[in-house]
Design a binder for this molecule. Structure first.
Ligand SMILES: NC(=O)c1ccc[n+]([C@@H]2O[C@H](COP(=O)([O-])OP(=O)(O)OC[C@H]3O[C@@H](n4cnc5c(N)ncnc54)[C@H](OP(=O)(O)O)[C@@H]3O)[C@@H](O)[C@H]2O)c1
Length: 232
């Protein structure tokens, strides 16, 4: 059962990619126990080894990063993060959904960008469910609590451990307690701030902002983020 799993363990499905690795590095540095998931366990092991070595080179204390097949990763953490391309989201969820623990929090980071159909990364696709996060929710058992977060945080900024990540993380979800479980993960990334984005359907707006940021990054040759002002 999920409450028997270590609360500091995070599984990252598609954790061999840029976004998954960036998040894994930051969370491992903060002391979380990471399972990097992949469709191929060997690729996951290689990515875990590469990140462990990178953290050791940066002088970090010994990191707990291990690799596993996506299904094994999903079964062994109460916080599961999905970082796969939008085109792979449904197929990946179909593969892992029966492995997710009842009560697990599933953090969807997927952005429905146009490259999924051969288009531009600065454009967001219309999704019948409303957003990638709502599509994610449709694919998993009701006992799994879907939250959307980390869409506006770029992989390059995450990977650069010498700098803080200047970005607010807007967290959307229908259950307040599930969103609260994401708060320590945001706080673990220097420079990031948790902002409650309201219901899961608000992820439609947050996901679209990522496409806007990608366009800004292209124009300014930058790694931009967002800040919400005026909050207490
Ligand atoms: N990169 C960013 O800066 C950024 C920022 C915010 C949000 N995001 C979102 O986060 C997600 C991941 O982004 P990314 O840049 O990390 O993507 P990515 O590197 O292209 O892919 C991530 C991982 O997904 C798995 N994958 C790729 N194609 C797949 C397929 N057809 N079926 C199943 N798994 C597949 C691969 O892992 P294996 O081959 O090991 O299985 C890959 O390493 C995307 O939805 C993206 O929009 C990215």
């Amino acid at each position: 059962m999920s409450n028997e799993l270590p609360i500091k363990r995070i599984a990252i499905i598609g954790g061999t990619g840029d976004q998954g690795k960036g998040l894994a590095l930051r969370w491992a540095l903060a002391g979380f126990d990471i399972i990097v998931g992949s469709r191929a366990a060997e690729r996951a092991d290689d990515a875990a080894k590469e990140m462990t070595e990178a953290l050791a080179r940066s002088g970090a204390a010994q990191a707990a990063i291990n690799g596993a097949h996506n299904t094994e990763a999903a079964a062994n953490a109460s916080i599961v993060v999905l970082t796969v391309p939008f085109a792979a989201q449904i197929a990946t969820l179909k593969e892992i959904r029966d492995k997710l623990q009842p009560g697990a929090v599933l953090i969807d980071v997927t952005v429905p960008l146009e490259p999924a159909v051969g288009g531009k990364p600065s454009r967001v696709l219309g999704v019948w469910a409303g957003s990638a996060a709502e599509q994610c929710k449709e694919q998993v058992p009701e006992t799994v609590q879907v939250v959307s977060a980390f869409h506006n945080v770029g992989a390059e900024a995450l990977a650069d451990l010498s700098h803080e990540v200047e970005c607010d993380v807007i967290v959307c979800g229908d259950k307040k307690d599930a969103k609260e479980k994401v708060r320590p993960l945001v706080a673990a990334i220097p420079g990031c701030r948790y902002v409650d984005g309201g219901v899961l359907a608000n992820s439609r707006t947050v996901e679209a902002v990522t496409a806007l940021l990608i366009g800004i990054n292209i124009r300014y040759k930058a790694h931009s983020g967002i800040r919400i002002t005026g909050l207490n």
